[in-house]
Design a protein around this ligand. Structure first.
Ligand SMILES: Cc1cc2nc3c(=O)[nH]c(=O)nc-3n(C[C@H](O)[C@H](O)[C@H](O)COP(=O)(O)O)c2cc1C
Length: 265
């Protein structure tokens, strides 16, 4: 066998091996996509339940998560108007509520925009204008509203959900599901002994201003949460994201509407 033959054979084998491997890899990626999407949604649903205080270690199957989560209805809020988008508006925006992943459209100017510096309390630089929130009703009345919150802390953006009672004022819970803070310091924002300080706190004062604050040292009363010892910078990040997302430029207008429709402050 000549050396020319052997080189061309080697190249042919290598070529076919590459083709077969690339078909296998791309085929697997395509086949696994639905499962990855289902896992993403399941994970998101667990985080929503966790913020609402409805997820615990006793829930041990995905079906159980689905069943409890089915009490919630996802809705999309237009932050410019502070109201829920209607079906026709969702269609015009090509938003499918079931599969909408707002974090994927953060750089798409059809769905998101830059936050002017003086308004950027949470130091996010951009925000998605169409935000997915989760509502649970009991006997036709709003019982729980879960909103996404995010903001820059010390090492990166904290992503989480804040759950409010049906009065759109009393905190039901807070859960961060993604962060870059240091374990044992800033990452303690996920420690149940800290998140346990949140339920029952009030957001708005009688004038409708955001009064909930994360303060250094021991917080007291209805409107204060103790900052984390040794993690003042992360605590500031949480305070900032609360001010932004519950304020005028965040969900403030929607929450004000809900409170006034219920005769609250
Ligand atoms: C390696 C390292 C990691 C740190 N990680 C955090 C953190 O994740 N969050 C935070 O607020 N502070 C963190 N700090 C501490 C801050 O630099 C700062 O000292 C602290 O926020 C001050 O909090 P204190 O006033 O409660 O002591 C870290 C410090 C070091 C040296």
């Amino acid at each position: 066998m000549s050396s020319k033959d052997s080189t061309s054979k080697t190249l042919t084998v290598a070529f076919f091996l590459c083709v077969i491997c690339s078909i296998l890899v791309s085929g697997t990626a395509v086949l696994l996509k639905p499962r990855q999407e289902a896992n993403r949604v399941l994970d998101r649903n667990k985080n929503v339940l966790s913020a609402a205080g409805m997820f615990d270690a006793l829930i041990n199957s995905d079906e159980e998560v689905d069943q409890i989560f089915s009490r919630f209805t996802p809705r999309i809020v237009d932050l410019h108007t502070g109201r829920f988008l209607l079906d026709a508006e969702l269609e015009a925006l090509q938003i499918d509520v079931e599969s909408y992943d707002q974090r994927l459209v953060i750089n798409d100017s059809n769905y998101s925009e830059a936050i002017p510096r003086q308004q950027d309390l949470a130091n996010l630089k951009r925000r998605v204008n169409y935000q997915m929130v989760y509502i649970m009703e009991e006997a036709g009345e709003l019982d729980t509203l879960v909103i996404p919150v995010s903001g820059y802390a010390l090492w990166g953006i904290l992503y989480g959900f804040l759950a409010l009672e049906g009065d759109a004022n009393t905190v039901k819970g807070l859960a961060f599901y993604e962060l870059k803070e240091t374990p044992g310091l800033g990452a303690e924002v996920r420690n149940p002994s800290w998140t346990g300080l949140w339920p029952g706190k009030q957001v708005y004062n009688d004038a409708g201003e955001v009064s909930l604050r994360v303060v250094k040292g021991a917080g007291s009363g209805d409107f204060q949460i103790d900052g984390l010892a040794g993690a003042t910078l992360t605590s500031h990040g949480v305070d900032n994201l609360i001010q932004y997302w519950l304020g005028e430029d965040g969900f403030g207008p929607l929450l004000a509407d809900i409170r006034s429709s219920r005769g609250g402050r």
